[in-house]
Write a protein that binds this ligand. Structure first.
Ligand SMILES: Nc1ncnc2c1ncn2[C@@H]1O[C@H](COP(=O)(O)OP(=O)(O)OP(=O)(O)O)[C@@H](O)[C@H]1O
Ligand SMILES: [Mg+2]
Length: 178
């Protein structure tokens, strides 16, 4: 895992406009992705929501195994995407809800699922294909975008929405890596 970075956006005169809170990781292997997930997972609390976006096989489930491990879920190698149900529930130090919307027909279909109960529940909620339900997501959450960059490599972008998640990324200790 390398290349974590706080980008500084500057205007034409070179003055600092704002510091973007987004971070990009370059994962060099599945275990790199697992480690990143674990590092984030250790910092997750009750009520936190993580939204994952990425094409098939980009490593969403791999990252979620790391998140689950960081939360204290045991035997995460058994963790797979829910195949017939949309939600799998695990128990770590707190509950861990893994939602996979791949088979979701559309946002309308998701309206009746009571997803907000998970978001406000006693645990952490992680959603694969979260971009399929933009209007149902809470305003504050951690977006994670995964991109395929090579057979063994992935680019993983972390985008915090809200102070809580900006703080979480700072605590990850990644801001010192330039
Ligand atoms: N750097 C990497 N990070 C994560 N996975 C990687 C990496 N390099 C190779 N892989 C492989 O890519 C695959 C990722 O599978 P995974 O099920 O996690 O993807 P996914 O995004 O959840 O796919 P789906 O959309 O089908 O659910 C695994 O076979 C994993 O070994
Ligand atoms: Mg998956």
């Amino acid at each position: 895992m390398s290349g974590a970075n706080y980008h500084e956006q500057k205007d034409e005169k070179g003055e600092e406009l704002q510091e973007s809170k987004d971070l990009v990781f370059h994962s060099k292997s599945p275990s790199d992705t697992l480690r990143l997930g674990r590092r984030i997972g250790r910092l997750l609390h009750q009520g936190d929501v993580v939204a994952l976006v990425g094409e098939l096989g980009t490593g969403k489930t791999q990252l979620i195994k790391g998140l689950a491990s960081g939360i204290g879920v045991r035997r995460v190698h058994y963790l797979t995407s829910p195949s017939f149900v949309l939600v799998n529930e695990y128990t770590g130090k707190i509950p861990f809800y893994h939602i996979d919307l791949f088979r979701l027909g559309g946002e309308k279909e998701a309206q009746g699922l009571g997803l907000e109960e998970y978001f406000q529940g006693k645990g952490v909620t992680v959603i694969e294909w979260a971009d399929r339900i933009p209007s149902l997501l809470p305003g504050e959450l951690l977006w994670i975008y995964l991109y395929y960059t090579g057979k063994q490599t992935r680019s993983i972008e972390l985008i915090p929405k809200g102070k809580r998640y900006e703080e979480l990324l700072r605590k990850c200790g990644v801001e010192n890596v330039k």
